[in-house]
Structure formats: C-alpha cells, structure tokens
Design a protein around this ligand. Structure first.
Ligand SMILES: Nc1nc2c(c(=O)[nH]1)N[C@H]1C(S)=C(S)[C@@H](COP(=O)(O)O)O[C@H]1N2
Ligand SMILES: [Mo]
Length: 232
C-alpha cells in the first residue's frame, strides 16, 4: 500500500534532521572559526570564480528535493498573491508575470544537504519588481513565501530585495519542470536553496519575523552558505 503523504513527509523530515545532527557532530570536532571572512573558497558573489562554499560539492545533475508531494499547477491556472504589510495587495497570473520587466541571470544554487548546482541561467522577474508593485509599507521588514505543496520559508526583506533573488519560470532557457517547482518558483542564490519556494503561491510582507517549514525544524533562519550557516 502506498504510504500516506504525512508518513512520507515524516520520513523526509527525519532524514534531513539526521543530517543536521551529523553536522553538529562535525562542528564539535573542529575549532571555532571567525566570521570575519566568508568560509569557503571564493567571494560571496563568486562572479566567475569556479569555487564552492565550505562543505559543498558540485553536482552536474540537478537533484529534486521536496516534502514528498509535487503539486501539479498548470501555467494557465497558476496565480501569485502578494499581500500583508503592503499598500497595494496584488494578484498576478502567468501572462501578467510575463508583462513585467524580465531578467535573465546566471547564478549558483546551494542546497544545505551539500550539493551545489553551478552556473544556471534563470529567466524570470526580480523579487524587487514584485515588491514594487505591491509597495511594502515602511514597517514591512520580513517576507514569508508560501507554496502550492504547503511549504513555507521566510526571509528578511533586505535579502529578498537583492538583485539576484528572482521569481523564475525557466532554467537554461527550458521551462521549469513540475518537479523543480514549475511553473514558477523563487531562487535565493546568496542563501541556501531552501529559502526559494518551488510552486510559488503567495508572498506575504510582515512586520515581525515568523519561521517557515524548515526554520521551525532547526534550519538556520539566516542561511548563509558563505558562512557555513546551515542549522540553528
Ligand atoms: N514548495 C517547496 N519549495 C521548496 C522545497 C519544498 O520541499 N517545497 N524544498 C526546498 C529545498 S530544501 C531545496 S534544496 C530546493 C530544491 O529545489 P529542487 O528540487 O529544484 O532542486 O527547493 C526548496 N524549495
Ligand atoms: Mo535543500
């Protein structure tokens, strides 16, 4: 008999939290390091340096990570809601997303489970463009993103507004497949990849920080790969 979705998710969470335990064991065996410079082999933005953050290895094939469910969201029924602490709540469909200023950007994708997918070309819209549409109020300082599989993840506004944080629909000019979060997902190249929700459904601007799915379960709230900042 097929496992229930809850059972599947429970096992995924258990496996990922075991990785977290192993990381703490390793940390205990190594001396403390200063946070004055990023821990890794290249600059934080990399800019052409073929180097990885500490503890990461490069992958050629793009792995799929989720909570055991891959929601089927058709491009022509996909909708994105932007609300919360904003002047102008927005609802966008795919055609409207395409009418916004489009960007194509190369960046890397670092998963906390230690693989990095380097040099992808992403097509989409900057998060900051979507924010500009909704006009966050002065007291908005954080965002929560919600996905069609029930996943959530939170970000400080200053991270979300970085130029390379995109809401994307294509990688290397191929439409995003369902398993990778198609039709539309978010990417956060300067943070671990769990901060980018696949099957993006809603962006909520918040005055106070709240934690998302993995953050509640002990992943770092800040999630900086260049500081080896994986778990809290
Ligand atoms: N909706 C949703 N988004 C998600 C996840 C998820 O389970 N559900 N997993 C996160 C994690 S841990 C990673 S590493 C990346 C994985 O994206 P990929 O499956 O395309 O490699 O998506 C992130 N976004
Ligand atoms: Mo991940």
């Amino acid at each position: 008999m097929a496992d229930s979705a809850e059972e599947k998710q429970r096992r995924i969470v258990e496996a990922r939290l075991k990785l977290r335990e192993r990381f703490f064991e390793k940390m205990k065996q190594s001396p403390a390091q200063s946070d004055e410079k990023p821990q890794g082999a290249g600059p934080a933005n990399r800019h052409g340096m073929p180097k990885l953050p500490i503890g990461q290895h490069e992958t050629e094939k793009w792995p799929v990570l989720d909570l055991g469910v891959k929601p089927e969201v058709a491009q022509d029924t996909w909708k994105l809601t932007i609300d919360g602490a904003v002047e102008e709540p927005v609802e966008l469909d795919f055609a409207q997303l395409l009418k916004l200023p489009q960007v194509e950007e190369q960046s890397d994708f670092h998963c906390v489970t230690a693989w990095s997918l380097m040099d992808s070309t992403w097509s989409g819209v900057q998060f900051s463009t979507l924010a500009a549409l909704a006009r966050p109020r002065d007291d908005a300082r954080f965002v929560m993103t919600y996905a069609y599989d029930g996943y959530t993840t939170n970000l400080p506004l200053e991270e979300a507004l970085k130029d390379d944080v995109l809401v994307v629909y294509a990688r290397n000019r191929e439409p995003l497949s369902r398993e990778h979060g198609g039709p539309v997902r978010m990417i956060t190249p300067q943070l671990y990849a769990w901060k980018g929700a696949k099957w993006l459904k809603r962006i909520e601007f918040m005055k106070e920080d709240r934690q998302g799915f993995w953050e509640v379960r002990g992943y770092s709230n800040s999630a900086h790969p260049w500081r080896d900042d994986r778990y809290s």
